[in-house]
Design a protein around this ligand. Sequence first.
Ligand code: RUB
Length: 310
Amino acid sequence: MTKSIRETAEKIRKLEVQGARNVAIAAINAIEASAKQTRATSKKAFLEELSKAKQELFASRETEPLMRNAVRWIISQVEANREKQPKKLTALVSSSVRQFLKELEVSKEMIAETGAKRIRNNSVVFTHCHSSTVTHLLKRAKQQGKKFEVICTETRPSCQGRTTAREMLEIGIDVTMIVDSAARYFMNEADLVIVGADAITSEGNVINKIGTSMIALVAHEARTPLYVVSELLKFDPATIYGDYEKIEERSPSEVWQDAPEGLVIRNPAFDVTRRDYIHGIICEEGIVSPHSAMEVVRRRYPWVFAQSTS
Ligand code: RUB
């Protein structure tokens, strides 16, 4: 295992790299760095190295299908190529990583362009955690000259909401931070909720930071539309065949560092928001209903369905 894979996996585990998109980008950059240091003398050995790197990265966070789809696609490019020399395969890994990153960037821009239209002048946008896709969209709306406010949750226990708040302040968007349990109290002030996604299932449910499903219920009760912004590659093909998306459980010490001995603390990182509470998924194909998300993925990225899910 190369240092770049070990270090990247560690950063992802510790949340030094945070959010599905950043995790996927860091993972494939590490795959590229690691491929450049290959000691393999055959294609078989080269693929074995890639496979070990893949396992280490996948284990760093369980609920990240964008990372899995990205890494699998890079490896599939190597498998499908006739080239046998590791040096040339390294160049192929690099060009595949570049291509993937470029397409991810295009998706992000398309999502921002579509989503910004849902923000009207004087809107109040409620968000949860830190999603780079959400903050990019908000920045786009601001660049378009719209005046709006953001309410963001603190997002216990790791307080990723602070990253959202800082980014908003940096670009001059009015932002108010609230504790997670004040979501219902402030929902009446919001015109819409926009959250990110870590995973989209075959049934059109969305997995995002713990607390999202509670916010979705609150939004539903207050009749506030909730949009999910997500690249379609956050779709998890394993869910088609009955697998549940694994929900990562993190260390109890994030919740209470010096907790009394014997106390059981649970710390799931994500939860599932049912499609019924999602107004629309804003993706690179526009705004789609969660019910049709899988078909849209099938049309745009048929290879996601062809890959092995190991
Ligand atoms: C982050 C989180 C984000 C999604 C989407 O959780 O739930 O909403 O990952 O982010 P964590 P992005 O902080 O535990 O990684 O839009 O940047 O992909």
